[in-house]
Design a binder for this molecule. Structure first.
Ligand code: AMP
Ligand code: GLY
Length: 427
């Protein structure tokens, strides 16, 4: 039963479309389902009317249909224990159980593990009492970072320029509960200076396969200005991540993290996605995520030459030792097209013209749905226009050529994706 090459992908964003697109290229993969998917995923598989948050629905479906593999895209169902429940009913799953997912679901759990394992990270204190948080705050110079402990849909981090601003953020989180229960505990943290890097390791709990380094662009505006978003674009590999740096990260960060998890009895099978800051003193961990990044996945998968099935199944089965994974030599870039008003007040329902297919490009759908007259905008990040080629400059040309194919009313995107690596803004 488990041998059928069939996959259920949980989620409905650009990351899940990219995963399904990669699986669908493998002639052995007979069937790809999405729960719930979007207008793009229905072109590479079958969308099920089951929300990613509907654990009962997903477990019930998987117990009946027995897919050969379930890949869980977003963090919330992992933190809620979806992978554990699927394993209990005998379904093979790629993604950590609830205990391992705490690495993302609880910033204090993550920080304690990092400190216990002597892994480089920002100095921080974790508090459930406001008065103690405020005393610790005085020991840090500005800017200061205030974080809600739990999941807050990527919004629970405030970078405060003054102690007064940090105090306000602490009060809003702990007393105002602006992020709900996620703010019952807060972390007050030293601000790190440097360039950010996303590093994805697919792990079986002991061994890992490092995917190419990537850089995300979180701010909505060109030149990294304006509000924070889920990510307006990404590219891989990042030239800053030399072989030497990656080796240092593997030895000083990834290895002790997995050792620390194992010491707690956690068998972590999935993606360990490290958000790193490349500081003057070396790479430090900003955060861990327990799943693939979005939009990083949209650039990592076009660069993977080996079958995704083999990699994820080996990790899910707990044995990456026999696997040889080939990474492509080139580079990839993705540019996110966002809905009007995103991220503050996005508006939906616009009709999308997608244009034709082009070589070395893919348009991954994120916030789209099939409407009466065709594909419509249904989320803040609408599409991830992706291109790849021999080098980053070619990947950028391809990605922006793909952007040029797309039209919807009020669309906006950044023209400078890759500026840290390539220097200039696309004109
Ligand atoms: P996190 O969810 O912890 O990754 O935080 C989201 C974003 O906030 C990161 O991608 C960084 O841009 C920023 N950030 C978080 N922690 C720090 C820190 N200690 N110093 C500087 N920037 C930070
Ligand atoms: N690209 C950031 C994230 O997936 O969390």
């Amino acid at each position: 039963m488990m041998d059928a090459c069939t996959v259920l992908i949980v989620g409905g964003g650009g990351r899940e479309h990219a995963l399904g697109w990669k699986f669908a290229q493998d002639p052995r993969v007979q069937k790809v389902w999405f729960a719930p998917g979007n207008a793009g995923t229905s072109r590479v598989g079958t969308n099920l009317p089951i929300a990613a948050s509907d654990l009962e629905g997903i477990v019930g479906w998987a117990a009946r249909e027995k897919p050969g593999l379930v890949v869980v895209g977003p963090e919330a169902p992992l933190c809620a224990g979806l992978a554990d429940r699927l394993r209990q009913v005998g379904v093979r799953v790629f993604g950590p159980g609830a205990k391992g997912a705490q690495l993302e679901g609880s910033k204090s759990f993550c920080k304690e593990l990092l400190v216990a394992q002597k892994i480089p990270t920002a100095r921080a204190g974790s508090f459930t009492e406001k008065s103690r948080a405020l005393i610790f705050l005085e020991s840090l110079s500005c800017p200061v970072v205030v974080k809600a402990d739990g999941l807050a849909a990527g919004k629970g981090v405030v970078i405060a320029e003054s102690h007064a601003e940090a105090k306000k953020a602490i009060e809003e989180m702990m007393e105002g509960r602006v992020f709900g229960e996620a703010g019952a505990r807060v972390l007050v943290e030293e601000f790190l200076v440097g360039e950010e890097l996303s590093l994805h390791a697919v792990t079986d709990g002991t061994r890992w396969v490092l995917l190419p380094s990537a850089q995300d662009h979180k701010r909505v505006g060109e030149g990294d200005t304006g509000l924070n978003t889920g990510g307006m674009g990404a590219y891989a590999p990042a030239p800053r991540a030399t072989a030497k740096l990656l080796q240092e990260v593997e030895e000083t960060i990834l290895r002790p993290t997995l050792e620390g998890l194992r010491a707690k009895g956690i068998d972590y099978r999935g993606v360990l996605y490290a958000g790193l800051m490349l500081t003057k003193e070396g790479p430090k961990v900003l955060e861990y995520n327990c799943r693939f990044g979005d939009p990083e996945t949209e650039v990592l998968l076009p660069l993977l030459d080996s079958p995704l099935w083999d990699l994820l199944v080996a990790a899910a089965d707990g044995d990456l030792s026999k696997l040889s994974i080939q990474m492509g030599k080139g580079a990839a870039m993705t540019v996110v097209l966002a809905a009007p008003g995103y991220p503050a007040e996005p508006t939906f329902g616009q009709r999308i013209e997608l244009g034709g297919e082009m070589k070395d490009t893919a348009i991954f759908h994120a916030g789209t749905k099939e409407g009466k007259g065709g594909v419509e905008v249904s989320g803040g990040r609408v599409l991830a226009a992706t291109g790849w080629g021999a080098d980053l400059a070619t990947a950028r040309e391809q990605a922006y050529a793909a952007v040029g194919q797309i039209r919807f009313s009020g669309q906006h995107f950044r023209r400078d994706i890759g500026h840290r690596a390539l220097g200039k803004v696309v004109s």
